[in-house]
Write a protein that binds this ligand. Sequence first.
Ligand code: CA
Length: 292
Amino acid sequence: MRYEAEHFLATQNSLGEGALWSVDEQALYWVDLDSNYFYRWDYRTGQQRTYDAGQLVGCLRLRANGGLVLAAQHGFAFWDFDQDRLVPVTDPEQRPDIRFNDGGVDPQGRFWAGSMLFGPQIGNPGGSLYRLDPDHSVHKMVSPVAIPNGIGWSPDRKTMYHADTTYNTIYAYDYDDATGQIENKRVFVYTPDGPGQPDGFTIDAEGYIWSCCWDGWSVVRYNPQGQVDSEVHLPVARVTSCAFGGPDLDELFITTARTGLTEEQLRQQPQAGDIFRLKTGVKGVRAASFAG
Ligand code: CA
């Protein structure tokens, strides 16, 4: 099947990323990774709010104790909505040339996020995939990684997926739900011929992976065997992350980017950096909350 995503919010983000849906709040969160800002859009009121985190935010996820957990420029942190401030937790990198990027919460409430080189060294291996446990201990799980993106878990909790954009690859691992250990790393999909490069992704209730294609003008849905099931076309090239949301959890919200495009390219894709939506025939999975 081939779908067309609809234009949804004219956000004009430089590097829109990190789409997250809160079922309890009926709200969409995302970040602009070329700024210190993250955003919340309320589905019921249509109101949008901007938050200044004071540093780059790679991704954010819900926290069971309230607020958010962030993987930011200077490590793991919480966001306190009562005082609208960032509360640092721990920075396993402590390097000015490394920041955190995409991440997600596993079914047991552990927060996984990848770090990466940025600036002149972007795209080279130098970061790692970390796991922040509910007791706030940090575990280095995969190293090195280059541009870590889009982590997710199969509905049966036996497989973990993780993309590295530099290598045009989404990897799969055997995942132990009880311990959070991973092993048996293997290639799930490899896309040297495109479309684009795999950026963020989300996994639906059927266990199919919706993979955003950076410079690929699309989101590709793969079945659990890694075969293309369907494609979602967008009128912009740099498609970065997606999350299911809406009252029935069947609407795919998609972030995009303007960063790095030439003036000519921006004329051809004026909606680059906006948020798009596809009403799908499948449901997503409620985003897990960090348990610490
Ligand atoms: Ca990304």
